[in-house]
Ligand binder design. Structure first.
Ligand code: PEP
Ligand code: MG
Length: 574
């Protein structure tokens, strides 16, 4: 059966491929009601999965490595016992038969019923065996999901896979960065969640906020993902498939054409030069930066060096990473943002998300609360500054006292290095991010202490409109064109220009070519974005007439009517 789903497109392009369901927790399984004729096969599939799991566990039991803890054998015996218990398998089979559930769902239902019974047990030891039941069920689910049984396998191995997930953390996305997939789609997440940003950084189509994709799509089903429109078509018919293949080809031709602009200087029609910098997460992203023709790194999200690991990178490791980026960029500016940990980017071994993570101990607040961790990073950045053109960028500043404390710590790190005669760039520029309305309103005061500013529109929108950027239920309210957002962005740019310090935008607004002229009209001359967007934004700049865009952009600041704003934006982009 063919059907379409609508979400929020976060990275353009069209992908055609086979669904690969992934989940954070193996227990996140889809539900579908099977046709009666498929029931015997489903039961056979479930029994085969139990048998495969039993064989795996028995083989583990027979080959326990020397030196393993004594409990290991007993633990496997217990798991084999649970696996063989008819309460688990017989009842699951009953559910497949009576409710026509797929095996995964039926097993999960039965597991939950068993766990409720465990809750009523008085004996602590037995009650704690709940975790063992979950682990055994996870093993069987893995077998079931790994062998999709009756579901069709990809007919052609060269057609790429499309990841279908309920949710992906930024840390998960970093792991997927090393693999090749045709597209990503998720049920939750907003357009500027870090997950979406990373999906975009892979330069493949992606859609978030699909709500039920993980539940409705089955392993290996054929999908079309239109990242531009935010549409997923499941099991398309031949005609639709042909139409999208055509569109996919056109998109690719367009992309190839843009590549010709790589070494063209980004100047407006009247000859004003605009700097286009790149955002990166890891030193490995540099080849993509070079490919895009970006003339510097405007945002190195250094916290990604800290994710997916069980320890903190030490000074040497950080120094090597920062130095590599500085050297690879050969004298072009490299803006290293100090740690923006917290909220959706938590350390694996010290999750401090709290009840309201976006408003909690995040970014510079966390660094000031953990001075040793911050000091190590500052030393590493300063040492690397000797090898290239590095600048320091402080995230999520909200008050002058925070800024003063930070500057004080930087001075302290410099003094320590100087005393030890370790070289660093004594005049390393220090900038601040404008991501909180309080900061946007404080630009004149901040500018007195800083060498440059960078507007993080992703957070600025989140905090101005009180919309959690990771929450798909409010994703539709996330609006870069909200008059309050436009006022704050325009005001920050104007105040920095007046103070005579460089200002850039490094949030997702900078990479959205439909907003390029608006930002130019606000007086912005420096943009930083994911490398994949540089050429499209450059194409816009090359066709822009500054006096004209400035007039229209200023007009946009005078209206609060959404419809009028959209009309003016259309005129600006005409
Ligand atoms: C921003 O908030 O706009 C920004 C660039 O920082 P991040 O997306 O990493 O929070
Ligand atoms: Mg931010």
């Amino acid at each position: 059966m063919s059907f379409a789903m609508h979400g929020v497109g976060v990275s353009g392009g069209i992908a055609i491929g086979y669904a690969h369901l992934i989940s954070h927790a193996v227990l996140e399984v889809p539900l579908f009601i099977l046709p009666a004729a498929q029931i015997p096969d489903e039961i056979a599939r479930f029994k085969a999965a139990i048998e495969t799991t039993r064989l795996e566990m028995e083989s583990l039991r027979a080959n326990i490595p020397a030196g393993s803890p004594a409990e290991f054998g007993a633990f496997l015996d217990l798991h084999l016992m649970i696996l063989g218990d008819s309460m688990l398998s017989r009842e699951t089979v009953n559910l497949i038969q009576s409710k026509r559930f797929n095996a995964e769902w039926a097993l999960k239902q039965q597991m939950e019923a068993l766990l409720t019974q465990f809750d009523q047990i008085e004996d602590d030891y037995l009650r704690e065996r709940k975790a063992d039941v979950v682990q055994v069920v996870e093993r069987v689910l893995k077998t079931l999901l790994g062998h999709p049984g009756p579901v069709s396998q990809p007919a052609s191995p060269d057609l790429s896979r499309i990841l279908v997930a309920h949710d992906l953390s930024p840390a998960d996305m970093m792991l997927f960065k090393q693999q090749r997939f045709a597209a990503f789609i998720t049920d939750v997440g907003g357009t500027t969640s870090h997950t979406a940003i990373l999906a975009r950084s892979l330069n493949i189509p992606s859609i978030v906020a699909l709500h039920h994709a993980r539940q409705l799509i089955r392993e290996s089903e054929l999908l079309i993902v239109d990242g531009q429109q935010g549409v997923v078509i499941v099991n398309p018919d031949k005609q639709i498939l042909a139409e999208y293949k055509l569109r996919q080809g056109q998109w690719e031709i367009e992309r190839q054409k843009l590549k010709r602009l790589k070494s063209t200087v980004a100047t407006t029609l009247d000859g004003t030069v605009v700097e286009l910098h790149a955002n990166i997460e890891l030193p490995q992203d540099i080849p993509q930066v070079k490919e895009s023709g970006a003339t510097g790194i405007g945002l190195f999200r250094s916290e990604f060096l800290f994710l997916n690991r069980d320890d903190l990178p030490d000074e040497e490791e950080q120094f090597a990473a920062y130095r590599k980026v500085a050297q690879d960029m050969k004298g072009l500016p490299v803006t290293i943002r100090t740690l923006d940990l917290g909220a959706d980017k938590q350390l694996r071994f010290a999750d401090r998300s709290g009840d309201n993570p976006a408003l909690g101990l995040r970014a510079i607040r966390l660094c000031l609360a953990e001075p040793q961790m911050f000091h190590t990073q500052l030393r590493a950045i300063l040492r690397a500054s000797h090898y290239g053109n590095i600048q320091i960028l402080i995230p999520m500043l909200s008050s002058l006292s925070e800024l003063r404390q930070t500057l004080h710590l930087i001075v302290h790190a410099k003094q320590e290095l100087a005393l030890a005669e370790i070289p660093f760039a004594a005049n390393i520029p220090i900038g601040g991010m404008i991501e909180v309305p309080a900061a946007a309103l404080s630009v004149p005061a901040f500018a007195k202490h800083l060498d440059f500013l960078s507007i993080g529109t992703n957070d600025l929108i989140q905090y101005t409109l009180a919309i959690d950027r990771t929450d798909d239920t409010v994703a539709h309210l996330y609006d870069p064109l909200h008059p309050a957002v436009l006022q704050l962005v325009a005001m920050s740019i104007a105040a920095a220009n007046k103070a005579g310090i460089p200002v850039s935008v490094c949030g997702e607004m900078a990479g959205d070519a439909s907003l390029t002229r608006l930002l130019l009209g606000f007086g912005l001359r420096e943009f930083s974005m994911h490398p994949a967007h540089v050429l499209r934004v450059k194409q816009q700049i090359l066709k822009s007439d500054l006096p004209h865009v400035t007039r229209l952009a200023q007009k946009m600041l005078k209206t609060h009517e959404p419809e009028k704003l959209h009309q003016l934006l259309a005129r600006l982009n005409a």
